[in-house]
Design a protein around this ligand. Structure first.
Ligand code: GAR
Length: 208
């Protein structure tokens, strides 16, 4: 059984999707053992507690810089014996030492079709604002492995939704979450826990 540690910063609907999937038996070969939040008041922590999952809080401003913060995070992940680290709405950057300590063992869900609308500054609602501003007709979400390049690691799963007339960033965010994020994140986690994802030459081979 692989230990899954989930990193969060906010509402935690993606964490909830993982918890629900685990309860249904849809996370094969893995168990959520700890949730670590970068914010003390993140509602995601409540979701973890309600489901009997251990929690930790690591607040960025309690540390001098990104390296000190990453060191503390690495110590926490090692203590938790993490086999897989999942960024589920985790909004704090971690340094390359941490990324290299868990190569192809950290995954992130991003609310757009990478390589569009990603990288620095593209997070949360801002992504959907940019999508509407550009006028693209299709958007979606991506689950990818985390490397030191922001949103640049090997892509694991993607799926799409249409952008419709009259969409607001909030409406579009909800459509992307419900139809894509909450489905592909648990699926990617389950595939990982069953050793069904290989990485070769910076690309994944996924055996669904
Ligand atoms: C999700 O849409 C997630 O994809 C996004 O933040 C939201 C968190 O919601 N993540 C990023 O933008 C990371 N670059 P949640 O807390 O309800 O899961």
């Amino acid at each position: 059984m692989k230990n899954i540690v989930v990193l969060v910063s906010g509402g935690g609907t993606n964490l909830q999707a993982l918890i629900d999937a685990e309860k249904r038996g849809d996370i094969k070969g893995g168990k959520i053992t700890c949730v670590i939040s970068s914010k003390a008041d993140a509602y995601a922590l409540e979701r973890a507690k309600q489901n009997g999952i251990a929690t930790r809080v690591l607040v960025r401003k309690d540390y001098a810089d990104v390296h000190e913060y990453s060191k503390a995070m690495l110590a926490a992940l090692n203590e938790e014996k993490a086999d897989l680290v999942v960024y589920a709405g985790f909004m704090t950057i971690l340094d390359e030492t941490l990324c290299r300590a868990y190569p192809n063992k950290m995954m992130n869900v991003h609310p757009a079709l990478i390589p569009s609308f990603c990288g620095k500054g593209f997070y949360g609602l801002h992504v959907h604002e940019a999508v509407l501003e550009k006028g693209v007709k299709v958007t979606g979400a991506t689950v990818h492995f985390v490397t030191e390049v922001c949103d640049g690691g090997p892509i694991i799963l993607q799926d799409t939704v249409p952008v419709l007339n009259g969409d607001t960033p909030e409406i579009l965010q909800r459509r992307v979450m419900e139809n894509v994020e909450w489905k592909i994140l648990p699926k990617a986690v389950s595939l990982f826990c069953q050793d069904k994802i290989k990485v070769e030459n910076g690309r994944t081979i996924v055996n669904e």
